[in-house]
Design a protein around this ligand. Structure first.
Ligand code: SAM
Length: 223
């Protein structure tokens, strides 16, 4: 398993022990249950956990964050561990992933984190009106925007972790994303001194509710 990078202490602060336990759970139960590939333990800290945690520098204080397609908890669990005040709702449709997420949240005592089973389009009533919607390795940008926009409040922020395709995805999908009401798309780079390569985030802001959107104008419930 990858040796803990020295940056982890600064990123997680007083929650470093919890981050260590999360990495251990990913490397053991996560692999046994097929949620994490067998080669991933060699790069769990750098490629997965720290790569996700550095998103914390973009998330406003006290934000309610909905993480769609959380899988084994990425980026939502590292985010809630690295951020002092945000609340995170982990949204995941697959039962065995939800079971793992529920166990992790309970074992680590993550009281700012909840788990909801469902696809993004099925959880609008339960967790619409979010300040931030995150995702990582879930879908192409246009589809992600279609799933994320109904979960965002006006002024809320899309934060989609992407690889080197981030800028190309914006060029390709800008007009489709615009139709969802999310505008001002740009690539933000975070974690420059912490992870190599740094994390690329497609950022956009919910500027208007798309016409005919189901649930438009409702959805400011807090989890
Ligand atoms: C490749 S995995 C990525 C998991 C995690 N975000 C990560 O970075 O490791 C994609 C995840 O998206 C979930 N997913 C697929 N379609 C979805 C939808 N419509 N709404 C929410 N989650 C979805 C899948 O069940 C799966 O857990």
């Amino acid at each position: 398993m990858e040796v803990e990078p020295s940056a982890a202490a600064a990123v997680f602060g007083e929650r470093l022990e919890l981050a260590r336990r999360y990495v251990e759970l990913l490397a053991t139960e996560g692999v046994i249950r097929g949620l994490i590939g067998p080669r991933e333990p060699d790069r769990l800290w750098s490629r997965h956990v720290l790569n996700s945690a550095v998103l914390a520098e973009m998330v406003p204080d006290g934000a309610v964050v909905v993480d769609i397609g959380s899988g084994a908890g990425l980026p939502g669990i590292p985010l809630v561990l690295a951020h002092p005040t945000c609340r995170v709702v982990l949204v995941e449709p697959l039962a065995r992933r939800v079971q793992f997420l529920t166990e992790v949240v309970e074992e680590l005592g993550l009281d700012r984190c909840t788990v909801i089973r469902g696809r993004a389009d099925e959880v609008i009533d339960a967790c619409g009106g979010a300040d931030v919607v995150t995702s990582r390795a879930v879908a192409p940008l246009a589809k992600l925007a279609t799933w994320s926009a109904p979960l965002l409040r006006l002024g809320g922020e899309l934060m989609a972790l992407k690889g080197s395709s981030a800028a190309e995805e914006i060029d390709r999908d800008r007009s489709a994303v615009g139709r969802t009401g999310i505008a001002d798309l740009r690539v933000r780079t975070v974690g420059l001194d912490i992870v190599d390569p740094p994390t690329l985030v497609v950022h956009g802001r919910m500027e208007r509710v798309a016409q005919g959107r189901r649930g438009a104008g409702r959805g400011t419930r807090r989890p």
